[in-house]
Design a binder for this molecule. Sequence first.
Ligand code: M6R
Length: 350
Amino acid sequence: GRGEFHHYMLKEMYEQPEIVLKEGTRPIVIPEALKDSSHITLVGCGSAFYAAWCGKYYLEQLAQRIVTLELASEFHYRNPMVQPGVTIAVSQSGETADTLKAIQYMEQKGQYTIGMVNMPYSSISRYVQYELLTRAGPEIGVASTKAFTAQLLCLLKISLTLMKEGEKKQHVLKGLQQLPMDMQKIFFKASQLQDIAQHLVHAKGIIYLGRGISYPIALEGALKISELSYIHGQGFAAGELKHGPLALIDGLTPVVVVAPMDQFFEKTVSNIYEVCAREGKVFVITDEAGATQLAGVPVQDIFVYPSPKAWELHPFLSVLSLQLIAYYTALHKGCSIDQPRNLAKSVTVE
Ligand code: M6R
């Protein structure tokens, strides 16, 4: 049951530090085929797709692999050409019809198939050559939270396993040990996220911006607000602003910017200035190091989480902040949090 928590979603969000603590140090066994393959394809739908997208950054940057990312619901209809390699299907339920179709297609094309699933004995588990469990425990809330985080972690662990030994690797591993505590600290500051939610609750639409690995996180934040609060959330790559979305900026459309202190920070700050100059109300999600650089920038509000040791760890902290914002916004609006309208936990039709 959900115990003292009002919603399964709240309980599942609170379980995330624990999952990172337990799974972060558990050794992961990956198949030889994955070790040997220079080309990896990641497929998934919805939040699983955004987690896979973050995984692309990890696998490229840490493991130096060539990574193709495919939205499962658009993939198999194309009859695409396929290079030899490994395909990883990312799915909480293991039952998503499109993801299953995609992995079946890849199997027929001679790929080695891996299912990264949260539900053992699921359809995808039974189909693939190798099963990687994300071990988040059953997720009841229709909106994915802890399963997303467990997918991120699993993809990071694979990348670390494939990464060559050295200082950089030790650095990320060290950071991973600190991460559960830092995630916990976000809950201590949840009232600040409630305040942000209070500002968002009357909006017709909300724009989410991010660069680099924060781009898929912005997309995930936009998906969370849409499905939970029924406010139209849309994510854009911050660098795309000038290519169109800037026309949307007005005093009525809040802009949530995911701006961690990483290699993209300064560029993202210049986007914040662009939005502010057009009367846009900006809410920044950043870490302590980023916050010190934002003094004097005319934003509406800043939520600050502890600075992690490595850029790879920001998504865990920023996505948790965005999940909580979506939760509180939906709560203020009186929405059906665990069971949003029109949605089902697993999508078994194409
Ligand atoms: O079970 P799966 O991970 O394959 O599900 C994929 C999507 O249907 C799922 O992530 C969906 O987008 C969630 N409602 C997002 O919160």
